[in-house]
Design a protein around this ligand. Structure first.
Ligand SMILES: Nc1nc2c(ncn2[C@@H]2O[C@H](COP(=O)(O)OP(=O)(O)OP(=O)(O)O)[C@@H](O)[C@H]2O)c(=O)[nH]1
Ligand SMILES: [Mg+2]
Length: 157
C-alpha cells in the first residue's frame, strides 16, 4: 500500500511558534531563542496511525513580512492551511483574518499557541504549548482527521 501524502502549509504572524511546534514534535526540543524562518522550510513528517502510515509535508512559512518571500507560491497544491496565533498576542489573533484571506478557498485550521502563557482574550479555538507539550498530540490528530476524513484516527507511535 502506498503512503498517502498531504501538503500542509503553516501560516501566522512572526514569532507565534510555528517552527517551535515542529521542533518539539520532531526532535522533542524547545528553543527559547527566536530565530525567524526565512522564506519557507519544508519538513516531511511520517505518522503511524490506526489507518496506516500517512506523510505530511509541512511547509513552515515565515510570518515576518520581510522574510515572507513568494507566499502565494507556497500554497500551490496544498491540501490544508494551519493558521497560528499566540494566546499572549492580541495582534496575532487580529491578524487571523489576514491569513485567512491568503489561504483563499483552502480548508483551514486555527490553532492558538503558547498555552503556557497568560491568555489575553480567550478565542474559542484549540490551543497548544510547544514549551510544555500540552495539546500537541491532539493538534496532529485533529489535523489528520480533517485530511483523511477519518474522525476516529489516532497516532499509534
Ligand atoms: N512560552 C512559550 N514560548 C514559545 C512557545 N512556542 C514558541 N515559543 C517562543 O516563541 C518564539 C518564536 O517561535 P518560532 O517558532 O520561531 O515562531 P515562528 O512562528 O516560527 O516565527 P516566524 O518563523 O518568524 O514566522 C521563540 O522564542 C520560541 O521559544 C510556547 O508554546 N510557549
Ligand atoms: Mg518559523
Amino acid at each position: 500500500m502506498t503512503t498517502p501524502i498531504y501538503k500542509v502549509v503553516f501560516m501566522g504572524d512572526g514569532g507565534v511558534g510555528k517552527t517551535a511546534l515542529l521542533h518539539r514534535y520532531v526532535r522533542n526540543y524547545f528553543e527559547v531563542k527566536y530565530i525567524p524562518t526565512i522564506g519557507a522550510e519544508v519538513l516531511p513528517i511520517g505518522f503511524q496511525t490506526n489507518y496506516g502510515s500517512i506523510q505530511l509535508n509541512i511547509w513552515d512559512t515565515a510570518g515576518m513580512e520581510k522574510y515572507s518571500g513568494l507566499r502565494d507560491g507556497y500554497l500551490i497544491n496544498a491540501h490544508h492551511v494551519v493558521i497560528f496565533y499566540s494566546v499572549d498576542s492580541k495582534l496575532s489573533a487580529r491578524n487571523i483574518s489576514f491569513w485567512e484571506r491568503d489561504a483563499g478557498l483552502l480548508p483551514t485550521t486555527i490553532i492558538g499557541t503558547k498555552a503556557d502563557m497568560a491568555n489575553k482574550f480567550g478565542l474559542d479555538t484549540p490551543v497548544l504549548s510547544s514549551k510544555t507539550g500540552q495539546g500537541i498530540t491532539a493538534f496532529w490528530q485533529q489535523l489528520l482527521a480533517k485530511l483523511t476524513g477519518h474522525a476516529d484516527i489516532f497516532i499509534t507511535e
